[in-house]
Design a binder for this molecule. Structure first.
Ligand SMILES: C[S@@+](CC[C@H](N)C(=O)[O-])C[C@H]1O[C@@H](n2cnc3c(N)ncnc32)[C@H](O)[C@@H]1O
Ligand code: SF4
Length: 296
């Protein structure tokens, strides 16, 4: 058992539960999205860890003899690092943990703006082969209301670059993000973004406000009306119905969701749509996650 010196809290995607979490940066350099409180505490001020500290941690992990096949690079904004820094990190991982099969990180679309496909392909070759991209929506108006600093085109450009480099992307879309007023356009435009990008993985989370909605409401000039369960399911129906995916693993099983949905799209689209329709039309007929089990 080894203990790495984390600056808490540390977040990771659910699918990285069994990965080594290597905190090469702290916090998020943007930290402006009005729904996201993950890195707002004072100790989470953005900072990148010096290379020698990263190498010491990798050496300690290698020395422990614990077999490590997957690493998730934390925190929320690792891909803001330059290609040069990322390459040094990946080379150090290769050197200390040569059996590594998958290295992943969160990735804001604009993090890739100043990186070429050839650079991303080189990182992919070194093992950095999966990016969790928080697109959140494909609708420009909703993205502007939540201060994501991205739009349909910037998200699309990043997803295309990842694919061209031979890496994979796992996209997150936020159910309920546009409230009642923008629900349908948020769902449809998010689906259109996915149709054009054809990501390898897609997941949806329900937008949640554990510390209150004031900041979020300000972005919507007070007109944000949260969706109730039926509204969330209707939005999910619009999203699934518009999706035209060739082979994307779809997961709506994060702890924030009431209704758990899993499948491969489009293969499982009829089954998933039927489940959502049942949740809408016969609420008692489908198992829902109780409120007390929900979380971020
Ligand atoms: C830790 S963040 C890092 C994402 C990365 N910085 C990006 O923007 O691509 C991971 C994801 O958590 C989700 N998230 C953050 N705050 C949330 C909230 N209040 N409710 C639901 N999901 C949230 C968003 O989908 C976000 O992309
Ligand atoms: S969603 Fe991502 S970019 Fe936005 S504040 Fe959170 S960590 Fe930063």
């Amino acid at each position: 058992m080894i203990r790495l010196p984390y600056v808490e809290p540390v977040f990771r995607p659910p699918s990285e539960a069994r990965s080594l979490i290597l905190q090469v940066t702290n916090g998020c350099s943007w930290n402006n999205c009005t729904f996201c409180e993950m890195y707002t505490q004072p100790q989470k001020k953005f900072r990148l860890k010096p290379q020698d500290e990263i190498e010491q941690e990798l050496a300690a992990v290698a020395e422990s003899g614990i077999p490590i096949r997957r690493i998730f690079l934390a925190d929320g904004d690792v891909m803001t690092l330059s290609f040069r820094r990322l390459k040094l990190i990946m080379q150090a991982i290769r050197q200390h943990l040569p059996d590594m099969q998958r290295v992943s990180s969160y990735c804001l679309p604009r993090n890739l703006k100043n990186k070429t496909i050839a650079e991303l392909a080189e990182l992919n070759e070194l093992g950095l082969n999966l990016f969790y991209v928080g697109c959140e929506s494909g609708d420009d108006l909703v993205l502007e209301r939540v201060s994501k600093g991205e739009n349909f085109d910037s998200s699309m450009a990043a997803l295309k670059k990842i694919k061209a480099a031979g890496a994979r992307s796992s996209v997150m879309i936020l159910n309920g993000m546009g409230g009642r007023r923008y629900s349908e356009q948020h769902a449809v435009n998010s689906a259109l973004l996915m149709n054009e990008a054809q990501p390898e993985y897609l997941s949806t989370l329900v937008v949640s406000f554990p510390t209150g909605m004031d900041r979020y409401q300000a972005g919507f000039k007070g007109e944000f009306e949260p969706l109730d369960q039926a509204g969330l399911f209707q939005e999910m129906y619009w999203l699934l119905d518009t999706l035209q995916l060739e082979n994307t693993i779809f997961r709506s099983d994060h702890a924030s969701n009431y209704l758990v949905l899993k499948g491969t799209l489009n293969k499982d689209k009829p089954r998933l749509l039927a489940t959502v329709r049942a949740a809408l039309e016969r609420p008692g007929s489908v198992g829902l996650r109780p409120e007390w089990l929900r979380g971020l």
